[in-house]
Design a protein around this ligand. Structure first.
Ligand SMILES: [Zn+2]
Ligand SMILES: [Zn+2]
Length: 255
């Protein structure tokens, strides 16, 4: 499985893009960054976009993707999310005020985007991969994704704070090659992490100790807030966990 990291930061700043992962050239896992990091040709190859939750840093790339691919695709791009997430995008974003409703453009019969709701816990076949959405601990309806092909599985937490379910899934998963997990704030901002539904390095450490996960699987940290990057990296190093790595923006991983 090929995963190109278009963005993996917890906010936007120079050299820091918000979360968007292109899987096998056709499937987006979150849509925080799409158009700012892909050629127009590559954008037109996307067939499916899975959205973890409705926060802007995970959806904003959809807006310009829709704009760029009009007239360049044969089938609508499937935008897949929980029903309340799709409802929020429809009501608050592509509502013909903030941005056009691209499920009706250029026509309702042949639109650019099509909303496709999914349910958590159900295994789906999307773009040749098996995908299951897993509920996360975040202030809005949010899921992470377990994505598998015949050889490997990756687990993407999207945005979450401490979460037993996440590690339970990691333990059960076959051929698990990578876990991509949120660590947004330094240890010092523990309370802010709690109220906003994100991990600190120390909270991650506690969760991992409880979960007793095998240390063979690399854990890639994503969603670091750029303003606290140095502190988060320092706190992560202090954990002394060899399998904890930092996900690199712009890099293509093969799992
Ligand atoms: Zn969020
Ligand atoms: Zn986020």
């Amino acid at each position: 499985m090929k995963v190109k990291v278009l963005g993996c930061s917890g906010s936007e700043a120079i050299g820091h893009n918000t979360p968007g992962f292109l899987v096998n050239d056709v499937l987006m896992m979150d849509a925080g960054t799409i158009t700012a990091a892909l050629s127009l040709g590559a954008q037109a190859k996307i067939t499916d976009v899975m959205i973890s939750h409705p926060h802007l840093d995970h959806i904003k790339g959809l807006l310009f993707l829709a704009d760029n691919i009009i007239g360049r695709i044969r089938r609508p791009v499937a935008v897949r999310a929980l029903p309340p997430v799709l409802a929020a995008i429809k009501k608050h974003l592509m509502n013909n005020i903030i941005w056009p409703d691209f499920t009706k453009i250029p026509s309702a019969q042949r639109p650019v985007l099509a909303y496709k709701p999914f349910r958590a816990g159900v295994t789906m076949n999307i773009a040749g991969l098996r995908v299951r959405a897993i509920p996360m601990n975040h202030p809005v309806p949010a899921v992470g994704f377990l994505v598998s092909d015949s050889r490997s599985t990756i687990l993407y937490s999207a945005d979450t704070g401490p979460n037993e379910r996440l590690w339970g899934e990691a333990k059960k998963a076959r051929n698990l090659k990578a876990i991509i997990v949120d660590t947004s704030f330094p240890d010092k901002l523990d309370e802010l992490a709690d109220v906003s539904g994100h991990f600190t390095p120390q909270q991650l450490h506690k969760d991992l100790e409880k979960a007793k996960l095998s240390s063979d699987v690399p854990i890639y940290i994503y969603h670091i807030k750029p303003a606290y990057e140095a502190k988060v990296l320092r706190d992560l190093r202090a954990l002394g966990r060899k399998n904890v790595k930092i996900l690199q923006e712009g890099k293509t991983y093969t799992f």
